[in-house]
Design a protein around this ligand. Structure first.
Ligand code: PAF
Length: 292
């Protein structure tokens, strides 16, 4: 595995691969790798000749009261994990190189952000698309891999790729979970022992929601109320949202067909956990779970 910290060296390396025939699979991350990231790398490995992973804690996507400074970092461990996952190029840029100056042209997301996390994390998705536009230009991937745990991120990135004709396929990869159902996340380290015990309730409530919709006995609105009740009763956290939308448009679900996302966010003392389930509703309102 090559570790590259400079943009120019990365460019040269990418050019070499572009000149030969291979496709490039790209896994953008903020490091502190866990099985979720490694699954993205596995998928990329299966579908491409070359796998590039980036590690960059992007300051632009953190709000002033968010955890940029305390975001967990462990570059030595990440290097080892990335190498074992079959990453060919690990790109670890410096913030000064990614953002040398104040930007003269900025990117602002207009759609798919007035719901879920976008409502609270003002400017977050502007930061995400900005860094991804830069990274996509540098890495020139054929495919880029994103975990469905951050489903709103996928929806926004798919919008950007479509609007600006980025020649990259966005690959949605199912959420990787702990045995008890908790979605893997770098931020799980912020959970206290007792909160960690409660945390699987997020996924449990989503699975119940999918079953309720599938049984055809409950409307999506009624299910949202039920999920909120479960989370309120069975966790000590503050339920930030329980919402259901069409996916990836993230607009209200008026007709019950197509892909529907039910997403939740719970604020624990130090950790804010999010999770979601995406179900496919056919004409009769019957559902099949697309993502567990
Ligand atoms: O999902 C993440 O870790 C980040 O939002 C991403 C896509 C690497 C952009 O900084």
């Amino acid at each position: 595995m090559k570790i590259i910290t400079s943009m120019n060296i990365l460019r040269q390396e990418i050019q070499k691969h572009k000149d030969s025939v291979g496709s490039i699979g790209f896994v953008p991350t903020m490091g502190f790798l866990h099985e979720g990231h490694l699954t993205l790398a596995d998928e990329a490995r299966k579908q491409n000749e070359v796998v590039v992973m980036s590690i960059f804690v992007n300051p632009l996507q953190f709000g002033p009261d968010e955890d940029f400074d305390r975001y967990p970092r462990d570059i030595d461990r990440d290097r080892e994990l990335a190498e074992n996952a079959g990453v060919d190029i690990l790109f670890i840029p410096d913030a000064k190189e990614m953002y040398p100056d104040e930007l003269s042209v900025t990117m602002t997301v207009h759609k798919r952000i007035d719901v879920l996390c976008g409502k609270k994390r003002e400017g977050h998705f502007d930061g995400v698309v900005t860094i991804l536009a830069k990274l996509f230009h540098l890495v020139q991937p054929s495919r880029a891999y994103f975990g469905l745990k951050d489903a709103q991120q996928i929806a926004v990135v798919e919008g950007m790729v479509e609007d600006y004709f980025f020649p990259v396929e966005i690959v949605r990869v199912p959420t990787v979970r702990e045995e008890d159902g908790l979605a893997k996340s770098s931020r799980n380290v912020y959970l206290s022992e007792s909160e960690r015990k409660e945390a699987p309730v997020l996924y449990k409530s989503l699975k119940e929601a999918a079953q309720m919709i599938e049984s055809g006995k409950m409307s999506v609105d009624a299910v949202v109320i039920k999920v909120r009740d479960i989370l309120q009763n069975e966790t000590s956290g503050k339920v930030e949202y329980v919402e259901a939308y069409s996916f990836p448009q993230l607009s209200p679900v008026d007709d019950l067909t197509g892909e529907v996302i039910i997403a939740v966010a719970v604020q624990f003392e130090k950790a804010r956990l999010i999770d979601n389930i995406i179900i496919l509703l056919n004409e009769e309102g019957k559902s099949a779970c697309l993502e567990q």
